[in-house]
Design a protein around this ligand. Sequence first.
Ligand code: TXA
Ligand code: MG
Length: 320
Amino acid sequence: MLTLRLPLNDPDWETRAADLLDAGKLVAVPTETVYGLAGDATNAKAVASIFEAKGRPSHNPLIVHVADLAMAQRYAEFDRRAVKLSQAFWPGPLTLVAPLHSDTGLADAVTAGGDSLALRCPDGALRQLAERLDRPIAAPSANRSGHVTATTAEHVLADLGGRIAMVIDGGPTRVGVESTILDVRGEASVTLRPGGVSSDALEDVLENPVSTMDAAQTAPAAPGMLESHYAPSKPVILNMLPNDLPAGCTYLGFGGHAVEGHASLSAAGDLGEAAANLFAALRELDGRDSAGIAIAPIPNIGLGEAINNRLKRAAAPRGD
Ligand code: TXA
Ligand code: MG
């Protein structure tokens, strides 16, 4: 299959992408976080081909993208807290896990047969498509399963070229790390994956603390969050100070921790800039002729939580 690449400023992008989705085909579409591999969430064949194109295990459920709160409420039960959060952060990088309604018409594989649904209203092209089709769109990140997430059309093509019908090229994504996933089924609001919305921002709106889970506890709730993920092919070493850089390794700095002639996530020490650069930097350094990638310490505040979460998994022992 030839994968077409269409720029987001092409006047026909929306019609062409909508027609392909309507026909059950897959289209990679930029969101404010990362590129999504979009398919019609109500079409079982389309959803099956998402899992196939990514090489994704079938027990790992997909996020469903909606045009607005009203569309989300067709598929899952939103309590007052969920409504408040979606009003505060949508469209934006927040995914809410809520109880699935019965007889939604969603393909069973979307939820991996479970009784909860992860819903997100993204900012930009993917939201526009959900609105135009008046249908929810299933979209995992547009990379091969376990690999570094795609934040440019080039990344998408490197991983999925030949496996999907089209990629809409909107340039590098703005946020750069995936959405925050918040489980709002129980009384406590539980972060399953830190992401584009910080815990502080969530707590300001909730006027309550959010709880977090460590990776082991997250296992049954979000299988995709486990162990090795976001993995370059080269070894990754964390919390490295410039003076300790092993011979032959490339340094990925942050702020004042830098090695001349090597790379940096943000020379200014800006966490937003670091998040936006993260996955592109990992992919770029992975392509260099070096023994490994050594990364500076990143403060664990604000977006730093999401960055450290991804880095920990990029450095985790590989499953294969
Ligand atoms: O920013 C994002 O969230 C991007 C863009 C494309 O929207 N999407 C994304 O999808 O990161 P993906 O599939 O790469 O990661 C989604 C994560 C997986 O770890 C999956 O296990 C978890 O969400 N997930 C999906 N449905 C869930 C559910 N019902 N309960 C708990 N976790 C769920
Ligand atoms: Mg992913």
